[in-house]
Design a protein around this ligand. Structure first.
Ligand code: SF4
Ligand code: SF4
Length: 431
């Protein structure tokens, strides 16, 4: 079946997608921006109505319409609850591509976005250099000195930057399984994970190897393109997807530990649906992508596991829970750790306000969502909050830091690898 965009909006949302909405309103209660603003135009149903009216030529794509679509988090909490299976994320990305052409982001924000999308994120070296500068500014005290002089527009970015950075991570093209080999996997790096969360990559590799898998990290891979696609820069996202298709060719599972990257890679078939030469390859790559929690839950955690006596709560990253529909596996893995008490977080699948670069483009709304999230985390009595996505980790770490509470945000693999190491130590020291 082919899906046609409106002739008024080539590359915009298709009519087939737009007419799926039956206006039942079931999605309203799941939508964080509707909860915050109470406006129909800031709800999923209202936004679909706006998109349809624009695509049928009944409404101009005015700045007011753009504002309501721009305020959407792209969290996709409206998708699982929808009885008509409206693919809201797909429609939003298509509409944002139209907006990016007709209303390019003006001023400093537009320049910063273009620089980040074209020159920074596609290059692990450039991201690594910027993070090395951040590391130096933090260690030398320069960051604290410069903070009051930063222009207001850059303050949310500075507040988000972590204060404690793990040692730099250097990917290895091949790491053998630890013990008898059960198979091989390809490891996906992402753009910011290696520089900002190197310890999460090291933990992921170790878990996979201890589980009996050799880890291959193709050096030619690049950023998945998710942030570009969410911002309507689909051609930039497609260019990155083409590079990744070549780098990730083969049959082995592709393991991802960042929810946003996993969701994007799994949708490469849709992203490249108009490229007849690459559609089959894109679908083949997408079908091999697995979040690390999905993979480990299927193959089993390395045994034995040692005790990690800590109380943990779990935040569902939007692109894991809503886009990939993975909720059970991370919880099931954490519950296997002896001594670890998992406490359910109220509204664990409500967005924390990170949402790609939303905390930079809509700092007030993002701050309100973060405030509510930290309030909910504090009710659990946990000392750690686990979440499987770098943007959410940064956002939650910043929120907990600002509230000066002794809680930390960690990736679930950091807890799982600790349990494996302690289990291995127990085995080594047992008579
Ligand atoms: S739940 Fe689905 S069908 Fe109902 S209003 Fe929301 S998007 Fe439309
Ligand atoms: S993607 Fe999230 S913010 Fe946007 S309409 Fe759906 S639920 Fe609301």
């Amino acid at each position: 079946m082919t899906f046609a965009s409106s002739p008024l909006l080539p590359d915009g949302p298709t009519r087939e997608d737009l007419v799926r909405c039956v206006r039942c309103g079931l999605c309203l209660s799941a939508c964080p921006t509707y909860q915050l603003l109470g406006l129909e135009t800031d709800s999923p149903r209202g936004r679909i109505h706006l998109m349809r009216a624009v695509s049928e030529g009944r409404l101009p794509l005015s700045e007011g319409v753009v504002l309501h679509l721009d305020r959407c988090l792209g969290c996709r909490a409206c998708e699982p609850i929808c009885p008509s299976a409206v693919p809201f994320g797909r429609m939003l990305e298509a509409m944002r591509a139209v907006i990016a052409r007709q209303h390019p982001t003006p001023g400093w924000r537009g320049r910063l976005e273009r620089f980040a999308f074209r020159a920074v994120l596609p290059s692990r070296r450039v991201v690594g250099l910027l993070v090395a500068l951040l590391r130096f500014a933090e260690a030398s005290g320069l960051r604290r000195l410069l903070r009051p002089w930063l222009p207001p527009a850059l303050r949310p970015l500075e507040a988000l930057a972590p204060v404690q950075l793990a040692p730099p991570y250097h990917p290895q093209p091949f790491l053998p399984a630890l013990g008898p080999e059960r198979g091989q996997v390809l490891f996906f790096l992402g753009c910011v994970m290696p520089a900002l969360f190197g310890e999460v990559h090291r933990a992921s590799e170790e878990l996979l190897r201890r589980a009996g898998f050799a880890v291959i990290t193709p050096p030619a891979q690049t950023c998945c393109g998710a942030l570009m696609a969410h911002a309507g820069q689909r051609e930039l996202a497609r260019a990155l997807a083409r590079r990744n298709l070549a780098a990730l060719a083969g049959d082995a599972p592709i393991i991802v530990n960042a929810a946003g990257c996993g969701a994007m890679l799994k949708e490469y078939g849709e992203l490249l649906a108009d490229d007849p030469h690459l559609t089959a390859a894109a679908r083949q790559v997408a079908s091999r992508v697995q979040d690390i929690s999905e993979f480990l839950a299927a193959v089993g955690l390395p045994q034995p596991l040692g005790p990690v006596p800590v109380t943990v709560t779990y935040q569902d990253a939007c692109h894991l829970a809503h886009a990939q529909r993975i909720r059970r596996e991370p919880r099931a893995l954490l519950q296997q750790v002896p001594g670890l008490q998992l406490v359910e977080l109220p509204a664990s699948d409500r967005c924390c306000g990170s949402a790609g670069i939303y905390n930079l483009t809509h700092p007030l709304l993002a701050a309100e969502l973060l405030e509510r999230k930290v309030d909910d985390i504090l009710t659990t009595g946990a000392s750690l909050v686990a979440v499987g996505n770098p943007g959410c980790l940064l956002q939650l770490q910043a929120g907990l830091r600002q509230r000066k509470v002794p809680l930390r945000a960690v990736h679930p693999v950091s807890l799982l690898v600790e349990a494996c190491r302690r289990g291995a130590d127990l085995t080594a020291t047992s008579p």
